[in-house]
Design a protein around this ligand. Structure first.
Ligand code: ATP
Length: 322
């Protein structure tokens, strides 16, 4: 149903939503399953680096996608498909299927989360699009129903919708929110290249096969991680950060070891590769220490950014009738 403006003309409406990127504070990866997936146990933390999607109703039938010039990433030579392979496109298509009053829609994405960086940027775009189209088309879906659709789009999409801190089991999609609201300060060091998540998992399988170890089937996360996050104890957290994928990311991109070492020598309490990488997350004691660390790393030529988390999941920031 197109919104009718004055004198019955079509009035376009734009709903703008922001959704956060994530850091995996812990990531235990099980052996390769017969279905080709890996079970994981992970603690997700939503951080203050946001994607934005502006969804505008159009009079045509289809879905179109563009990248906003306000994007803060250098996207030269970066592969972001703008057709039905884009996760935001897929999210709009799923919403159109379940909405009675869908229209054509244009999605303009402001990219800030590094592409193929292990921070779930595409998943944040998908979560933002679900929420934006839900509002645009008055679908009236509950958060639970949206989370259901999110899980169909990808393992990280439900978390981008939920935000905060959460434990993910299964393939990462069985999410339970964790009551851990204390703010932690981090510095993200982004790389100029991406790593393919499936390739990082394949590399881990290969490394384990060569060593004759399988990895255990993960069923829970270490409670010490949640305790540290609840109490805001960065030193305690630094002792329990874990990412089984880290050595596979380093195998594919050996420079990550130097980035981790440099971060620690410049004052980070600890560092970890985020998800499948190559983004590195460095833990700091407080906002000032994070800003100083980011400044020092920038001075050394790295792309570093101070962030904090947890932050809320996808939310509407404006809804305008044009
Ligand atoms: P994850 O940690 O969830 O595996 P990631 O953050 O490492 O993901 P993304 O930035 O989400 O990686 O994108 C991975 C690939 O997906 C890109 O290389 C790109 O080809 C494709 N893609 C599809 N939709 C998007 C999107 N909206 N933004 C960025 N990349 C997208």
């Amino acid at each position: 149903m197109a919104v009718q403006g004055v004198r019955g003309r079509f009035a376009a409406r734009t709903v703008r939503v922001k959704a956060p990127g994530k850091v995996n504070v812990s990531l235990d990866v099980g052996p390769l399953r017969p279905d080709g997936y890996h079970s994981v146990a992970s603690v997700y933390l939503a951080v203050s680096l946001y994607e934005e999607v502006a969804a505008t109703s159009t009079t045509s039938d289809g879905i179109t996608v563009s990248i906003s010039p306000d994007s803060t990433l250098d996207l030269d030579g970066v592969d972001i498909p703008l057709d039905e392979r884009n996760l935001a496109y897929k999210a709009a298509a799923i919403m159109a299927d379940v909405s009675e009053h869908s229209t054509g829609v244009h999605l303009e994405i402001t990219k800030r989360v590094p592409v193929a960086g292990g921070m779930g940027g595409g998943s944040a775009d998908a979560a933002a699009t679900l929420l934006a189209c839900d509002a645009l088309w008055n679908s009236g879906l509950s958060r639970d129903e949206l989370a259901h659709l999110a899980a169909e789009l990808g393992a990280d999409v439900p978390f981008a919708l939920l935000g905060g801190t959460a434990v993910g089991l299964g393939v990462g999609d069985e999410l339970s929110p964790a009551l851990a609201k204390a703010q932690m300060d981090w510095v993200l060091v982004t790389a100029e290249f991406g790593l393919s998540t499936p390739e990082v998992f394949r590399t881990l399988d290969r490394l384990r096969e060569a060593e004759g170890v399988d990895g255990d089937e993960p069923t829970a996360v270490d409670p010490k991680i949640l305790q540290a996050l609840r109490s805001g104890d960065a030193d305690a957290l630094s002792r329990v950060l874990v990412n089984d994928l880290q050595r596979a990311s380093i195998e594919l991109a050996p420079g990550l070891r130097d980035t981790l070492g440099l971060g620690e020598s410049c004052g980070a309490i600890a560092g970890i590769v985020s998800g499948s990488g190559p983004t590195v997350a460095l833990l700091a004691h407080n906002p000032e220490a994070a800003e100083n660390l980011a400044g020092e790393l920038q001075h050394k030529g790295l792309n570093a950014l101070a962030v904090h988390g947890p932050v809320p999941g996808a939310r509407i920031i404006s809804d305008t009738l044009l």
